[in-house]
Write a protein that binds this ligand. Structure first.
Ligand SMILES: Nc1ncnc2c1ncn2[C@@H]1O[C@H](COP(=O)(O)OP(=O)(O)OP(=O)(O)O)[C@@H](O)[C@H]1O
Ligand SMILES: [Mg+2]
Length: 247
């Protein structure tokens, strides 16, 4: 896969979407912003389902301009899109290591489970152990493991993430890991630091894509400033969590 194409549909009032066609590329990060109820999650779902005039928005979503039949879409959407929702949990009664081996086996891949767990542990401060039970992982550990799994085992080129702020993980490292694997990453966010991380942000209003804003140089400078503060915040958070003084 090279690019994802979104063809505009209608907003909640039946007016045409502000953008008639949007091309999104692998290896790029895009953020989706907009008020509560503006249609951010719906846009994610349209992409996940490879919508074809058959959702409430009437959008069409194509991979490299290809048309799929309904049956193909059911299969292909799983192949192309990995979606990380806010409240996702593992439901398997097995260990972290066994799960990773099983998943790699299903995808006919040779993987080093220690490397995946190592990467996950770069993203979460609470270390994950290979022999830990999957369903006993914390929320932050679960998300970190899912991100490492998507980066290193899944072939899905598109990764959709709904609000990562409160997940207790290092979002900068998480996105860097996904982008290093040439994924097309889309993130819904209400947080200015995350929103400005992308060179392009998609603004939603009344159920439609209102516009796509290119990050300006001024915004890039603000982003650098927010990044410094984010890292400082992380350092303090870790020190406090570990029972250390912060002065
Ligand atoms: N173009 C559209 N036409 C009709 N209904 C729409 C359209 N876009 C979104 N909706 C509906 O509007 C509701 C709110 O949309 P959605 O859940 O995507 O908002 P959101 O931006 O994710 O909000 P939040 O920030 O609260 O999560 C949903 O029921 C969704 O199906
Ligand atoms: Mg939402």
């Amino acid at each position: 896969m090279h690019k994802l194409i979104i063809c505009g549909g209608n907003d909640k009032y039946g007016n045409s979407e502000g953008i008639q066609r949007l091309d999104l590329f692998r290896g790029e990060l895009y953020t989706i912003v907009g008020n509560t109820g503006s249609g951010k999650s719906r846009l994610m779902k349209d992409i996940e389902q490879l919508a074809d005039h058959d959702t409430v928005t009437q959008r069409r979503v194509f991979i490299d301009g290809k048309q799929f039949t309904w049956e193909e879409r059911q299969e292909q959407s799983l192949h192309f899109v990995a979606h990380l929702g806010q409240n996702m949990r593992f439901m398997l009664d097995t260990t972290v290591e066994e799960f990773l081996n099983l998943h790699a086996h299903c995808r006919a891949k040779e993987v080093d489970t220690n490397e995946i767990i190592f990467q996950a542990n770069q993203i979460t401060p609470e270390a994950i152990m290979p022999n830990q039970s999957l369903n006993l992982l914390s929320g932050g550990q679960t998300r970190a493991l899912m991100i490492a799994d998507i980066a290193l085992i899944c072939d899905s080129p598109i990764v959709l993430i709904d609000e990562i702020e409160n997940a207790g993980i290092d979002k900068e490292k998480a996105f860097a890991l996904l982008l290093s694997k040439e994924k097309l990453v889309m993130i819904v966010t209400h947080d200015p630091h995350t929103a400005l991380m992308a060179k392009q942000r998609i603004v939603m209003e009344a159920g439609a894509i209102k516009q796509v804003i290119q990050r300006s140089e001024k915004e890039a400078a603000i982003f650098e400033q927010l990044s410094k503060e984010y890292r400082k915040q992380k350092r303090l958070q870790n020190a406090i969590r570990n029972g250390e003084g912060v002065i």
